[in-house]
Design a protein around this ligand. Sequence first.
Ligand code: PLP
Length: 399
Amino acid sequence: MSASNSTTDINPYRADFPILQRPGVYLNHAAMGPWARPTALAVQQFAQENLEQGAAHYVRWMQIENQVHHQLAQLLNAEHVDDIALCKNTSEGLSLIANGIEWNAGDEVVIPDIEFPSNRLPWLAQAPHGVSVHEVSLSGNETSEPSPEQALMAACNNNTRLMSVSAVQYGNGLRLDIATLGAFCRANNILFCVDAIQQLGALPLDVQSSACDFVVADAHKWLLGPEGIAVFYSTAKARAQLRDQQQGWRMYEQPFNFDRSDWSTPKSARRFEPGSPNMVGIFALQASLKLLLDIGVETIAQRILSHSQKLSQGIAQMSQLSLLSATEIERSSGIVSFTTGHAESDAELQKALKTQGILGAHRGGGIRWSPHFYQSSLDMEKALLELARCLAPSDPGTQ
Ligand SMILES: Cc1ncc(COP(=O)(O)O)c(C=O)c1O
């Protein structure tokens, strides 16, 4: 995405988000993003076409599918579109990697200790192959030495085969310096895998400058797409290390050439797409990606970070609350989390906020708010005002 997009005026795009008409503020993009109008329209039109014409225009559908691969390559700055595959979800992508590597007994995997289960369970499941998982504590060192990156790098040794991290942590929103970790892994011949579901669509991710070997992210959060479709990026060198786990007709360049004599595994990442694709998801994702790419990831990131900063500053002033997410700009993300210090009070507060239409989530030991670019600074003020109201002791006179 070009830097010239960095000042895109987003006001015209706000009309594409009818969710803005909903009372309250939707602050739950880290769980599930709403669809924008073009995405809903793409699915409606696809349904209508199926209704009236079936798959008469399947060639066009394949062009849209191809476009999505190209859009994702652009979004990630992949070297080649052949490095992009579509899979079902982040969990599936990470499992394809974990179950695809030919492990040697004694191999080690390094992950943070605050990962979402999807970036933990596939690695732990390799124990029968003699693989051990080193879960590195990141708590408390966002601002002090060792930094989270230093802690992760220090946990690596000659047996470390792979490091897998979420670019942004789902609970506290901690943003890791992916480029530093990627450079370290490349220099030490360690595979570097990134769960980007909490980053992609919110903040830029450049797979080349960050030396990522694998990146996986589902569409249903910051990409404002549907569930059940995810990007699975791999470098040619990294995917050559994965054993085939699935085979099928759709993984070939010309899938309808059923009479081919050469059925050897293709070199492109399409080898991870064995059968009929999630075409509804593809139509939806194409529209979502078009919108995000038109606006530009720099504009989106700037707005999201400005919203997060505003929320963090407001919350920091509320004496009943403690921030769980980092406030330094390079550590922050689309996720702001906070706590009253008591799980029960958090649950009550979350319930009260929901009643007022302020939708967040109860995650990572507190309440998690996650705004997106199409929302305004006023929306953030509205959420803070409701939060302050929910925290205010009720007037005994009104009880
Ligand atoms: C960091 C992270 N990874 C993975 C997932 C799960 O993704 P999926 O449902 O696409 O497997 C989530 C969902 O919240 C997440 O936050």
